[in-house]
Design a protein around this ligand. Structure first.
Ligand SMILES: Nc1ncnc2c1ncn2[C@@H]1O[C@H](COP(=O)(O)OP(=O)(O)O)[C@@H](O)[C@H]1O
Ligand SMILES: [Mg+2]
Length: 227
């Protein structure tokens, strides 16, 4: 078993933008990320960073090539197995937080646990632990609109950790935050990598953030740039 490993082989992604036009957003990407690595994906806007992360996230399928998560070709999985893999193995953090606005902080974090058969009491205990890990014990009944951007992103990180995944995928997680708040969110993500050994794959266009990674992968026009 290759725990926490991600392997991309020959990934091509073509978007149809109305026949006969198509746009090749990824043009053959090979990338292997091992358990516990922190890899940042850097590149100009429109270079294919989110496209790559969406393929790794099983949110979208490649036009050619394969993504293997822990040795399993995700294109071989049924939709329900894919959903399960997403739930159990991967945690997601987005630039726009993507919290559910009608739900409290508690309910947002609890949501991924509801599919895992955890009992109510266990869920509650785990949400409380995650809220205190994020320093937001007192916000459990607040809705996202009552929280600052940095607090919303902390809730989103807690939600990403709900099922204790080995892999965290983050797409410009500090993109909507001021510098100081962004730095504290980065500190949290880094700690999860260094202290808990989670694989961290982060898209960013901030060179200072990228510089903290074990490895920087530079992407340009849908290809990994080789120096
Ligand atoms: N759903 C889509 N349909 C058509 N083109 C898309 C779609 N999503 C992304 N693209 C195009 O693919 C390229 C890469 O996009 P993206 O991966 O979002 O870039 P990045 O995250 O690096 O800014 C861009 O030129 C973008 O316009
Ligand atoms: Mg993007």
């Amino acid at each position: 078993m290759s725990d926490g490993e991600i392997r991309c082989v020959g990934l091509v992604k073509t978007y149809n933008i109305g026949q006969p036009n198509e746009f090749r957003a990824l043009r053959g990407v090979d990338l292997t990320i091992s358990l516990g690595e922190y890899v940042s994906i850097v590149g100009p806007s429109g270079s294919g960073k989110s496209t790559l992360l969406n393929l790794i996230s099983c949110l979208d399928s490649p036009t050619e090539g394969s993504v293997y998560i822990e040795g399993v070709d995700i294109s071989s999985l049924s939709d329900s197995k894919k959903a399960r893999l997403r739930r159990e193995k991967l945690g997601f953090v987005f630039q726009q937080f993507n919290l559910i606005h009608s739900m409290t902080a508690f309910e947002n974090i609890e949501m991924p646990m509801r599919f895992m058969g955890l009992k109510r009491g266990e869920r509650r205990g785990r949400v409380e632990d995650l809220l205190s890990l994020m320093g937001l014990e007192d916000k459990f009944s607040n809705r996202p609109s009552e929280l600052s951007g940095g607090q919303q992103q902390r809730i989103a990180i807690a939600r990403a950790l709900a099922n204790n995944p080995l892999i965290i995928l983050a797409d410009e997680p500090t993109g909507n935050l001021d510098t100081r708040t962004g730095a504290s969110i980065m500190g949290l993500l880094l700690r999860l990598n260094r202290e808990e050994g989670k694989t961290l794959v982060m898209v960013t266009h901030d060179e200072r953030i990228a510089g903290k990674a074990n490895r920087e992968v530079h992407i340009r026009d849908g290809k990994i740039r080789v120096d």
